[in-house]
Design a protein around this ligand. Structure first.
Ligand code: NAD
Length: 361
């Protein structure tokens, strides 16, 4: 695997003002990971560890830079005292995992001395977090037995449902989800729980996943119609809910969409800024990903001896109001929702950042 150097690493970091990028290598466990810390103005950088068989090192680097920046904005709009960071592990989660690999990563994270805190993400699990925890305390989302709050996905899915409801309210003028047709991409941890809640609310589901067993489970449990992975973009539906990977809203897929609203949990859904423009031109309302998928982050933020699930769910439920606030701000200032969300985040980072000049001894 070669790193394509069309732009220098420092130029890439400067492009979105990243603070630190750490390359982690351990020959014997096979660990190849990149930790990116985007911004720590509001607090330590928190973001999950993603394990994925990236085709090139450049793809892994691009992903970690984009994801860590998204975490900064997600924490800022959610009102948390956290910065944004992320880890990507280059490898196949079905074949390349071991205790040693995650412990090696844990030791690198420990070396950052609390500037970065990790958690679960695509391709990693609470078991992997437990192995990281053997080497560092800077990890969240461990199982309840290990002092954590367990898999954050159900909480993320609940927040995504609240964001989904707000987007339906704004675009379709109703709080009633019954009878809506939803095309859902990715039936993994979050997608599964979101699909179950939508089905309980009376939505008709069309689903897809590259892992057929996962979509089949929703067919069995919710009567979802299963389609091929590429066919999901052509479905006649009210809402498209992306819950797999990023960059799926792009120049190939947007012209094919037959929905009025996009609201789902996947990170980095828009491939480029121009794709946000294309959605707006088509009159499709986009609920910014990091607003509606903040539930898991809110959950792990509150982990600790005073963790209270009910209080967490109440805060997550307020993502309905936050999503509506983003749409209102967008309307008021003639912005697209993703730009309004960025404005909210950057305002909070600047305001709280300014407080640093007040010395606390
Ligand atoms: P997951 O790995 O459990 O699920 C992802 C699913 O998408 C898998 O079932 C995978 O097979 C499927 N998939 C991958 N590529 C696909 C494609 N092209 N077409 C159809 N299906 C495809 O991951 P998850 O934890 O459910 O996370 C899903 C998304 O939500 C990710 O983008 C993640 O970053 C984001 N997210 C997750 C959380 C959380 O709490 N888990 C929090 C915030 C954001």
């Amino acid at each position: 695997m070669k790193l394509e150097v069309s732009m220098s690493l420092f130029d890439k970091m400067a492009d979105h003002d990243h603070e630190q990028v750490v390359f982690c290598h351990d020959e014997s466990s096979g660990l190849r990971a990149i930790i990116a810390i985007h911004n720590t103005t509001l607090g330590p950088a928190l973001g999950g560890s993603r394990m994925w068989p990236y085709e090139t090192e450049n793809d892994a680097l691009q992903d970690v830079l984009r994801l860590s920046r998204g975490m900064t904005y997600k924490a800022a709009v959610a009102g948390l005292d956290l910065g944004g960071g992320k880890t990507v592990i280059i490898g196949d989660p079905k074949k390349d995992k071991s205790e040693a690999l995650f412990r090696a990563l844990g030791r690198f994270i420990e070396g950052l001395n609390g500037r970065y805190i990790t958690a679960e993400d695509v391709g990693t699990s609470t078991t992997d977090m437990a192995n990281i925890q053997r080497e560092t305390a800077h990890v969240r989302g461990c199982s309840a037995g290990a002092g954590g709050s367990g898999d954050p996905s159900p909480v993320t899915a609940y927040g995504a449902l609240r964001g989904f409801q707000a987007a339906v309210r704004w675009q379709l003028g109703t709080d009633e989800l019954k009878g809506l047709r939803v095309a859902l991409q990715g039936c993994g941890h979050v997608g599964y729980y979101l699909a179950k809640q939508l089905s309980d609310a009376g939505c008709e589901l069309v689903v897809t996943d590259i892992d057929e067993a996962r979509s089949a489970r929703l067919k069995e449990e919710c009567g979802a119609v299963v389609v091929d992975t590429d066919a999901i973009y052509d479905q006649e539906c009210d809402v498209f809910a992306p819950c797999a990977l990023g960059a799926i809203l792009n120049s190939d897929t947007i012209p094919r969409l037959k929905c009025k609203v996009i609201a789902g949990a996947a990170n980095n859904q828009l491939a480029t800024d121009a794709d946000g423009v294309a959605l707006a031109e088509r009159g499709i309302l986009y609920a910014p990903d990091y607003i509606v998928n903040a539930g898991g982050l809110i959950n792990v933020y509150h982990e600790g001896p005073n963790y209270n699930r009910e209080m967490v769910m109440e805060q997550v439920s307020r993502l309905y109001e936050t999503t509506l606030e983003v749409f209102r701000l967008a309307k008021e200032h003639g912005l697209r929702p993703e730009d309004a969300a960025t404005r909210l985040a950057e305002n909070r980072i600047a305001e709280v950042g300014r407080l640093r000049r007040i010395h606390r001894s």
